[in-house]
Ligand binder design. Structure first.
Ligand code: CUA
Length: 153
């Protein structure tokens, strides 16, 4: 093999390794990877399956809440929730029928909520205000009216 060929091979292999180490460090050590969660549920039995048999808000820490929510055509249950400013909220979501979206305008929260799967996403609400929550997956004739708000005060 030609000498410069060896040099370039070594360099490019070294670069690939450096990128993989940097990406791995960010993902696992700095926890900067995209959130992911896989948990299944029988979409026919959402109402009978915990925690979705009791949708609602529950305080689980000093300013930490758990919101168990079902999405169905064309609503969010519970809707129009209120939380105090600075609250850290863990959303636990599933769909009772078709694919819906869960986007909180003005935040990074933007999740797909699929029947048969449990979606979990955490957000801290530092700024008081009314946050618009939208379904951003086309889910049928009433898709455009599927919205609610989260009031932070
Ligand atoms: Cu639900 Cu669009």
């Amino acid at each position: 093999m030609h000498r410069s060929e060896k040099i370039w091979l070594t360099l490019s292999f070294g670069m690939i390794m450096a990128f993989m180490i940097a990406a791995g460090y960010q993902t696992f050590a700095l926890e900067m990877g995209p959130p992911s969660h896989e948990e299944r549920i029988d979409p026919q039995k959402v109402d009978q399956t915990a925690p979705f048999d009791q949708p609602g808000i529950k305080q689980i820490g000093e300013n930490e809440y758990e919101v168990v929510m079902t999405l169905q055509i064309f609503s969010f249950n519970p809707a129009n929730i209120e939380i105090p400013a600075g609250a850290k909220v863990h959303f636990i979501l599933t769909s009772k029928d078709v694919v819906h979206g869960f986007e909180i305008a003005g935040t990074n929260v933007n999740a797909m909520v699929m029947p048969g799967y449990v979606q979990k996403i955490t957000q801290t609400f530092d700024e008081p205000g009314d946050y618009l929550v939208l379904c951003n997956e086309y889910c049928g004739a009433g898709h455009q009216v599927m919205s609610t708000t989260i009031t932070v005060k």
